[in-house]
Design a protein around this ligand. Sequence first.
Ligand code: PEP
Ligand code: MN
Length: 452
Amino acid sequence: MSKALPTMFAAGWAPSSWLQRVALQQPQYEDAAELAQATAQLAGLPPLVTSWEVLALKQALAEAQEGRRFLLQGGDCAESFADCTSPVISNRLKVLLQMSLVLVHGLKKPVLRVGRFAGQYAKPRSADTETRDGVTLPSFRGDVVNSPEFTIAARRPDPQRLIQAHAHSALTMNFVRALIDGGFADLHHPEYWDLAWVEHSPLAAEYRQMVAAIGDSLRFMETLAGPIAGFSKVDFFTSHEALLLHYEQALTRQVPRHPGWFNLSTHFPWIGMRTAALDGAHVEYFRGIRNPVAVKVGPSVTPDQLLPLIDALNPDDEPGRLTLIHRMGCAKIAAALPPLLQAVKREGRRVLWVADPMHGNTESTSNGYKTRRFDNIRGELDQAFDIHAAADTRLGGVHLELTGEDVTECMGGARDLSESDLDRAYKSMVDPRLNYEQSLELAMLIVRKSAG
Ligand code: PEP
Ligand code: MN
């Protein structure tokens, strides 16, 4: 495509043009009229974010591509309507703020904070149906589609849930925005983010030291320069896997001040590994929106597949537009990542490389839990930094599944959780998350790695 035709005017594109392609991972709604009624209602509701914010994030991601910021993207594997509560939302915000404090201090550069929240309600599944005791029902596809209980009624894809997902996303956004605007994220008050564990964690001393050091530098700078506004408020952006295209289409809007189409359900949608086919519906939908977008890249992707995907999603090599989130697995990253880095570098394409050390390291235990070993998560991240350094490319961020709750879903970490600990507090509906302590440990690891 020529330079004169930027992405915002993608040829032959419309918010509904994805319908002409194969759309994987979509539910089978029983009643087309009911679906049409719900999507029409959704299309009339206010958006969740604005084009101004979306473009500001794109600019910040462009700076991350140049090494001037580091992206911290994290949150639940799947949000649930039931967890749309004050403690769950504020604890998740606390752990992300604490991690970003560690990163800012250690990396000496601004951290771009993006939550996996306010819309992370749709999940890809390995099978369309689930069978228990001879009964087969549709798989649970996330709260925006159906409900996890194993009954006919609960598993029926319900279009009303599209409206409920929008409402729960708005409630989440509203609370996060109000907390931040009200001063919760003020760097002068990191004690606002304390979680009960900080008292007794093996990592507490190191964290406290960082908080004290940051407090000292803040006071020093403000003694010289007076209060610095940027420190009392931070930016927070939202992201989710834009999987359920009926939902995304209904929130795809035009606005008076910026040309083109925006997905205003989130600032930063991504395409999951299972739906990233070049000729598939998701790539078709994504190529026409002006948001910054990301794609998950798994170990089977070859340079011959990746380069055309980059062409489709970022034909003009626009800064900040495209993030590639590699999720290879600890055992595969050493072989799978270098050819991709080399190909993208050789072609001179502008992308932000981000590591997701979670999704290539999922396993099942003998007692039936889906888990991840902290050593494998850490091992993949460790290698990711080294592989980028060897390729002379830049790892510009991390993508993590985490929670501010004291869960026991991933094994290992500072408290060395074992298989038998998983029983104690396993709450995830889909993938296992880092608990707050494991999350902070990973942030400290990133800092140590970056220091060389
Ligand atoms: C996820 O991020 O929850 C997910 C399903 O990831 P992936 O597409 O990388 O498997
Ligand atoms: Mn997941």
